[in-house]
Structures are given as C-alpha cells and as structure tokens.
Design a protein around this ligand. Structure first.
Ligand SMILES: Cc1cc2nc3c(=O)[nH]c(=O)nc-3n(C[C@H](O)[C@H](O)[C@H](O)COP(=O)(O)O)c2cc1C
Length: 378
C-alpha cells in the first residue's frame, strides 16, 4: 500500500514536471556561421532567453559545418520551425545581406510560407559582421524575408547602450545585435556586444512567452514532410558501418554545391570482404556480398556528409559499379543490382539513379568491387 502511494506521488510529480516543461516557451536560436562569430552571439542570446525560467533555448544551425567549434551543433530541419514559440535568427553579414547558407535555408521554407505556418510567431535577428559595413542593411534583409512569412519582428531598440563603452566601435543596432569580428582592438564579440545579445535574448523570451499560444502551430502533416531515412534504416535493420578512413591524401567525400561525391571499396571490419577476381578467386555470390558491403560504406560516408540526417538527401544521382572480372564477363548489371536495390530500399524514389557498370582487370587493395556515388542534397 505504502509502495503504491509512493508510486502515485512519483507519477504526479512526473506529470507536474511535464506540464511545467510544456508551459515553457521553446525558442529556437537558428544560426549559420562560418568562423564561429555568430555562434558566440547565439550563446549569449540563448543565455538571455534562459534567464527567464519560463523559457528554454535550443541552438541549431542551418547546415553541417566542418569547423571544430561548430561541428557538434545539431542541424535544424525546415519542418521543425513551426513547433517553436519563437525563433532568433543569426548569420554572418555577406555583402550587406544575410549569408548564403541562411538564404539557402530560408529558400526551402516555401511550404511553410504557403501554409502560413510561421504567421504570428515572434522572430528576432542578430549578425556577425567583419568591419560592420552594411550591417544594418543585412539586418533589414533578414526582416524582409521573415516579414514575408508574417512573423512578428522583435527589434532591440537602444537596449544596453547606457553602459556601453563608446570609445570603441560597437555592434549595437536597433534591429538586433551585431559584432564586428575584423576590428581587433578588443576581443570580439566585445563584452558590451555580448551583454546586448543577452539582453536581446531576455527581451525576446518575454515576447515569446506573451505570444505563446496566440498563433496556430500548423500541424506538420499539412506540410510536405521529408522522410526520415535514418528511421528507415532502423526499421529495416540496416546497420551502417564505421566510416572507412582514407588511405591517402584524399577525403571520404567532397561536397560541391549540393552534390556529394563518394568512392568506396569492399572494406568490412578493417579488411577487404571477398577479395580477388570474379571467376578466379571469388564467385558471383561473394562479389554480391562485397557489393552490399561497399554500398553500406557509401551510405555511411553519405550519413557523415549530411551530419547524421539522411532526410537531407534529395536524390541519388548516379552509381558507377566497377568489378574485377575476367575479360569475357558480361553480367556486371546483376552484381550492381545489389547496390541499386539497397539504395532504393532506403531512399524509395529518391534512391532511383542513373547507373554505369564496368569490368576492370584489377581494383585497388584487391577488392572485387568499387562503387562511385553521386548524391544531391537539399
Ligand atoms: C562572402 C562574404 C561577404 C561578406 N560581406 C561582408 C559585409 O558586407 N560587411 C561586413 O562587415 N563583413 C562582411 N563579411 C565578413 C563576415 O560577415 C564576417 O567574417 C563574420 O564575422 C563571419 O561570421 P561567422 O564568424 O559567424 O562566420 C563577408 C564575408 C563573406 C564570406
């Protein structure tokens, strides 16, 4: 009986904690950053938001970054934007405008726009500049895009300027805080820029809480939702191997624009699976098994290229299968079907690709197969 009583109290406490968490304003701090300046401001904005005990801040970025300071920041999806109570947008100033990375992300929000999904949601903006030339134009450009979405723009006024050190250039603006990273008189963001960012976050949390529940969070089902291919892998029990390390002066993948280029051989658990020439050292089934292992390596590298979010894959563009065969062998297509079928199994229609197959008299490290892959990302 006593145990039952304790269990009831525990459940009640869990329920109350849950309700309290639900009541908090959930604010996304969404950034693009090349060198980390915008991220520094984002952390202050988030600190300011969380100084209000009724608000939580989540920092995410619009795309993966190879920069050590930024590579662990999660990447936001377009579809998750309507689930927040407010969004603080941050980016570098590019030619008096928002950065290309931020612009590319916003250009993918057409479905949200036509569904009025962000209408009435509060937004605020902040930016990292170089010299600061064109910083207000850039902040204004942010406003242009976000007001087209019908977001409620929260300015920063002259917040925090009473105590600002006026002897040095500072990134205070009425539209939102900035920093001027290339002015090296003091560490950037300056102490005052950090302070203004924190105050901006604090004020934004207040507005987000006040507006919470006043705008409809449009159900994501009404929006064209991207498929979670990582979930598909789990459901189909397809386990991606560790990303094979490059054996020379090259990278596992290269991204050029929206295309990712990947080449792999049949490395499995540190050694080549079923090595050798088809018809001499290995049979067709063994080469098929090696082909699957090779394609899994390709997918593993692809997963790294998209920062662990395979929903960013727009299309498998082309697969090329090279097989170590005798001169008179002609059934390369049967072998390659293993890789093609696996790709379609994971990505559905987005996995359907153009394809080439060919035979070779030898393949590096005596692999029986090599696959070259090109994927297009969102
Ligand atoms: C393509 C490009 C254009 C830029 N244009 C401007 C500009 O118009 N004004 C400015 O002050 N800084 C400009 N910068 C400098 C960046 O805004 C600055 O380095 C910023 O601090 C980068 O932010 P991050 O550290 O978050 O990457 C530009 C940088 C690049 C790459």
């Amino acid at each position: 009986m006593k145990k039952l009583g304790s269990l009831f109290v525990l459940l009640l406490l869990l329920k109350i904690t849950n309700i309290m968490a639900q009541d908090k304003a959930k604010v996304l701090v969404l950034i693009h950053s090349d060198n980390g300046g915008t991220y520094e401001l984002a952390k202050e904005i988030a600190k300011g938001i969380e100084s209000d005990k009724n608000a939580t801040a989540i920092i995410k970025q619009v795309k993966t970054s190879q920069n050590q300071k930024l590579k662990d920041i999660p990447v936001a999806t377009v579809e998750e934007l309507p689930t927040y109570d407010g969004i603080a947008f941050g980016s570098p100033v590019y030619f008096g405008n928002i950065s290309t990375g931020m612009s590319e992300f916003l250009s993918k929000t057409v479905n949200l726009w036509t569904n009025h999904s962000l209408e009435g949601m509060p937004a605020t903006v902040f930016m990292s500049a170089g010299s600061g030339a064109g910083k207000e134009l850039a902040l204004q450009a942010f406003w242009n895009s976000l007001t087209v979405h019908g977001m409620v723009m929260v300015s920063n006024g002259i917040r925090g300027t009473e105590s600002i050190n006026k002897a040095i250039p500072q990134g205070n603006t009425v539209l939102g805080v900035t920093s001027m990273a290339s002015l090296k008189d003091v560490e950037r963001p300056t102490k005052d820029e950090r302070n203004i960012a924190e105050l901006q976050g604090k004020n934004f949390a207040k507005v987000a809480l006040a507006l919470k529940g006043t705008f409809a969070k449009k159900a994501i089902s009404t929006i064209e939702k991207s498929v979670n291919f990582n979930e598909t892998l789990k459901q189909k029990n397809i386990v991606l191997p560790q990303v094979p390390k490059p054996a020379g002066n090259y990278k596992p993948f290269v991204r050029s624009g929206n295309l990712v280029f990947i080449n792999q051989v049949a490395l499995k658990d540190g050694k080549i699976l079923n090595p050798g020439k088809l018809g001499v050292d290995v049979n067709e089934q063994q080469v098929k098994d090696a082909t699957r292992a090779t394609m899994l390596n390709v997918l593993s590298v692809l997963n790294e290229a998209v920062g662990g979010d395979l929903s960013k894959v727009k299309q498998c563009v082309q697969l090329t299968g090279i097989f170590n065969t005798k001169d008179d062998y002609t059934k390369h297509a049967d072998l390659m079907n293993i890789a093609s079928d696996l790709t379609v199994e994971v990505f559905g229609d987005k996995g359907k690709h153009a394809r080439a197959t060919l035979g070779a008299s030898s393949i590096p490290v005596n692999s029986s197969v090599e696959i070259q892959a090109i994927f297009e990302l969102e």
